[in-house]
Every structure is written in C-alpha cells, then in structure tokens.
Write a protein that binds this ligand. Sequence first.
Ligand code: NAD
Length: 458
Amino acid sequence: MSGPDVLQTFDPSSGRPHEPVPINTTEELTAVVSAARRAQAQWWALGFEGRAELAQRFLARLDDEAVRERVARCICGEMGKPIKQARAEVANVHRRTASFIDRAREALRDEVGREGNIEVTTQWRPLGVVAVVAPWNFPFSTPNNLVMSALLTGNTAVLKPSEFTPRSGAIYHELFAEVLPPGVFGLVQGGGAIGKALVESNIDMVAFTGSIRTGQAIMREAANAMKRLMLELGGKDPMIVLPGADVVAAAQFAVRNSLTNSGQVCVATERVFVPRELEPAFVDAVVREIATLTIGEPLAETTDFGPMANAAQRDVVLGQLAEAKTAGARVVVGGERRDPGCWLTPTVLSEVRDDMRIAREETFGPVVSISIYDEVDEAVSRANATDYGLGASVWGPPGPETDAVAERLEVGMIGINRGLSAAAGAPWVGWKMSGFGYSRSSAGMRNFLQPRTQARTI
Ligand code: NAD
C-alpha cells in the first residue's frame, strides 16, 4: 500500500486510488521531534488554564458545521465508515474533550502529606515529548484521545496517523496545530518504519493505540531508553447471554456492537455465548435485526453498513470465516465478498467452537459469532480463556446473579444489559494483553505525567 516515498491509499467503497501522501524522511521526523522538544518548556510554563483555553479554541473550530462535515467526509472516503458514524466520531471529539480538560486539571493537582515533622508534596510533571501512534479505525477521535491528554498535561506531542488514514490525521493536526504555539504539536506521515523511527527518536513517551503485535514491537523499541508507554490494544470481547435475558434486546445489541464500523472497533462484540435453549430464538432475532440494516455507499445518508476499511483486513476476516466453515461452523447469513472495493456483507456465524481461529484471534470484521453453552460457569470460563481482556457485556435479569457474572469477567470494561462505557470520565482500560497503562480519567491522565516529591521539615 505504500511506495518508497508515498502512501498510496484507496477508497474502500470503489477501490479507486486517492492522491498519494508523501512519507516523511527521517531527517524531517528529527526536525519535527526537535521542534516539539524546544517548545515543551514554554508550553508547560503557559499553565493549565492557558493550555485548556487553546484546547477550547480547537473545539470551537468544530462548532462550524462545514468543518465537521469536511472531517466526516474525509473519514468516510479514507476508511469507508458510513457518514452517520463518521459524523458521530467527530461529535464525540467535541463531547469527550470537556471531560478530558476536567480530568487533566485534577491529575495535575499537588498532593500534600504529613508524617511527624515531615511534609511531602507530590507534584505531577509532564514527561516531555509524547509520540502518538494511531490506528485507522477511528482516525480522528483516537488521535484526539491521546494528543489531547498529552497536551493538556503539559507535554508536547508528535502524531503519526495510520498509513491507511493519513488525511484524517492531517486534518486533525491542521485544525489543532493552527491554534497552538509552533512546535507544540507535530505530525509525521508514514507506515510502520516511520512509527518505529518515531518511537526510537528523542521522545519520552509513546501513547499507542493499535494491535497487540505492534504494541509488543513498541515495547521492545522503547526498552533501551525505558520510554514510558501507554498501550491501548486489541480485544476479543465476549458477550454472555444468561438464561432469562431479554433475547431481542440482547440480539439487537449483538448486531449493533458486532457490525458498527463493519466490526472494526476494538470493543466490538467478537464472541457471543448463548444458552443452548435460547440459541434458536437468539439467532432468529439477530437475523431479523440484520435485515433492518441499510447496506450502501458510505456517503449516503441512510447507510448503516458500508465496506471494510482495507483489503488486508478483509482478507483476515475471510480467512477466519473459511477456516471456521471447514471446521463445522454455520454461516447463517452473509459472508459474501463484493468487489470492487472492500465489501463483506454482514455475517452471522453460529455453532462456533472455541478451538476455531475465529474464536481465538481478533476478527475486526462484520461477524456476529455465536457459540452455545450449557452451564453459566462454563460460559464464564470460556469467556476468560483468552489473552485479551478489553471489554465485555452480560445480558440477564437485572440483579445480583447477573452482576456476579460480570464481576467474574477478566476485562477492563464491562456493560450490564448495555454496552461498556467510559462515561463520566471513567478510564478506557484493557486487562491482560489488551492494555498496558490506560487513558482518560484523572488516573489515566497521570500516565502522561511523572510524579516527583519534595520533602521539607515543618
Ligand atoms: P496496527 O498495530 O497495525 O498499527 C497501528 C499503528 O502502529 C499504525 O500507525 C502503524 O503504522 C504503526 N506501527 C506499525 N508498526 C510499528 C512499529 N514497529 N513501531 C511503531 N509503530 C508501528 O493496528 P491497526 O491495524 O492500525 O489498528 C487495529 C488495531 O487497533 C486492532 O487490534 C484494534 O483492536 C486496535 N485498537 C485498539 C483500541 C483500544 O482503545 N484498545 C482502539 C482502536 C483500535
């Protein structure tokens, strides 16, 4: 997808090539990082309220509907997200940032402790320059989550967008950098090689959202200088439907949460565990719900479901589906590849067993994958039998039994009779191999800060 000096991307709906985007040289990268380094002391000296005011100025640019629409159309054309969902992504940036500002203000507050005649003040100081390495599935809001956290806490930042969505990253950079002092927020474009060069450059922290494999590579790349890390990684989110659950509500959620953004969401539902006696009704309800979706061009106002973002990701999903079928899973609907572009129709797969690759590895595609269980304990242990631990949901009669099942799931974020949520400034956090550090919440903001203590005798 990239030549030696350019990123060549394609419209996932039509397969037509976009204008290529130049890849930065390592000399250019060094200059961007050096500018961020030089700008950092003054950025910190501006103080929290000064930084927050500039963040608000960026948000004010998004008040303009024409600006929001330009961003949404860019996301749509680069990764095939239906325009309604692309607009929601832009709106989310606006909505979340107010909470980021409050959480960062809390995170920066000194804490004073006394013991005998000693007074110790814990201060929270920026790390320096934060490299933000981003994926393609939320190409505007994910950079904002990480860049905003880095900047509000007094760090400067350099963003490397995904090689699949360089323009959405560039618009984010343009809108924000224009209201900031020079050097505070830099941009570099390129693929994994530039990502690696950025991680190995003169930066202090890497804030990364992406796959576990790249997260592991970044840990290795950052090890020599012990750069700080915040890694938000992939998931294989289970959904457990308990006896007595509202089957229709659960099925509607399974469809929405497995198929939004063509399933290319880190917290998409990837494994649905259904009691044997409820399975036929659940599968029926899922199929009925899918029939209500409008599949179409991403730019059309009515479209609920568009293409996948790129051919490589579609190949991963097609490979998992083919293996699952051979191993005995049943394709109830969908699974059709359509060209040109990267289309894969919404797919319902039933009779999925845990030894199938589709039940073990992240799918990141439009598949509702349904497995049968007999005992609740069995469902819980199968849901936990994975290295992933990002999100989950439990569906059952409201009350202590359903809550007890949620309590036993080894994940960072759980929804009970709904999807998970980082509302009210809660952390966005993965357990096990789905995360290392976390963002949002005041504790999350502290991942971007260094604690230091000052003691005095009183
Ligand atoms: P990816 O890991 O392939 O790439 C992510 C970024 O890392 C890209 O910008 C890429 O160029 C860069 N990169 C690649 N190799 C690198 C290296 N050696 N050093 C530094 N940077 C390097 O992920 P993707 O395919 O873009 O995104 C999909 C993945 O992201 C999925 O696994 C998904 O679950 C995950 N994700 C997680 C969250 C979360 O909050 N936990 C959110 C969104 C996406």
